[in-house]
Write a protein of this length. Structure first.
Length: 339
């Protein structure tokens, strides 16, 4: 049988209540030249029976059985069995909109410089109960170009993992998911961006990204906030060594306890703080672990220092960017946000 153009990799573990909808959404795609590589990761519910039925009904569905090893093992097993030139990711509790595969494959066809294609996603949870996740989805949907994705990579994960489609050669060259005490999807994106892979998104909502209470990103320590900051700091430190003309010195915007806790991880990688900068008059003039807290107006002129905003509260990051750019700062040249 000829290899399909696209392989959709689908890790499955105890997802009997949702995997049927995921498969139906894929089998309803306007693009027809694809396969679904569904890996049953040792499920103990009725997932296996559902997958077997879909495999029997449609030749495009291939099911691989493995002993339970977790989502990374299942995702990599699916990648290893994929035959397509383009390899897409899908989670068994999400739904692809009908044009998803066609639109992302078209983006990769048209843009030979792009190695990973994402898309805008539709939040599938309750916006009131899960406001933080919903705001994250809204934010990531604003990042469409290679430049926006690359320069915001240290804020949060800029391309939701279930929405990606990649070129096979990128996996062969830069590797699949790595296992460790970090979110494997974020680490892959950081690793590939560091290697020079350009990423862009189709400017369409092509995936319904559901947010069930049992989602791993809510329950597994690999995906907790501290794990995100550990891995992002490692890659940020290397980015600074290559891109900060004042390396190893940086100016930190924000001086609150949370900011210092996150920024201080950089110290373990040899980064030095020239100063903290804040807008709270109660903090200005203090010295924290030998580092001065200065008024934000005292940031150096563009070209005289490099700034990292570490303020994550909603709206504050955007306000800080407006302030820096009003002073002539250029994103990526004079500053990069990290929270």
């Amino acid at each position: 049988m000829a290899a399909p153009r696209i392989s959709v990799t689908l890790p499955c573990f105890n997802c009997g209540d949702t995997v049927g909808r995921a498969l139906d959404s894929l089998l309803a795609q306007t693009c027809r030249d694809f396969e679904i590589v569904a890996v049953n990761d040792g499920s103990t519910d009725h997932t296996g029976a559902i997958l077997a039925e879909y495999e029997r009904r449609d030749v495009r569905v291939r099911v691989i059985q493995i002993d339970h090893g977790g989502v990374i093992a299942a995702a990599n097993a699916a990648i290893g069995a994929a035959r397509g030139a383009y390899i897409a990711r899908m989670d068994a509790d999400d739904e692809a909109l009908p044009h998803r595969l066609a639109a992302q494959a078209h983006l990769l066809d048209e843009r030979i410089d792009i190695g990973l294609a994402g898309c805008r996603v539709r939040f599938g949870g309750c916006r009131e109960a899960c406001a933080g996740y919903a705001h994250y989805v809204d934010w990531t949907n604003t990042l469409l170009t290679p430049e926006a994705i690359a320069l915001n990579r240290f804020v949060e994960f800029p391309v939701p993992n279930p929405s990606i489609m990649v070129r096979r050669e990128c996996i062969e060259r830069h590797g699949p998911y790595h296992d460790g005490d970090f979110p494997e999807d974020y680490e892959l994106l950081l690793r590939w961006l560091e290697a020079g892979v350009r990423m862009a998104k189709a400017d369409e909502e092509l995936l319904i990204w559901n947010d069930p209470p049992g989602r791993l990103s809510r329950t597994h320590p690999r995906y907790d906030v501290e794990a995100f900051y550990r891995i992002k700091t490692e890659y940020l430190a290397r980015w600074l060594a290559r891109n900060n003309p004042h390396h190893p010195e940086v100016h930190i915007l924000g001086s609150g306890r949370t900011t210092r806790k996150r920024a201080d991880l950089l110290l373990e990688h040899g980064i030095e703080f020239a100063a903290y900068h804040d807008v709270d008059p109660r903090k200005i003039g203090h010295v924290v672990n030998g580092v001065r807290v200065l008024d934000r107006e005292a940031v150096p002129k563009p070209g005289d220092g490099f700034c990292i905003p570490y303020v994550a509260s909603r709206g504050a990051r955007e306000e800080i960017a407006e302030f820096l750019e009003s002073r002539g700062y250029v994103l990526g040249r004079d500053y990069v946000p990290a929270a």
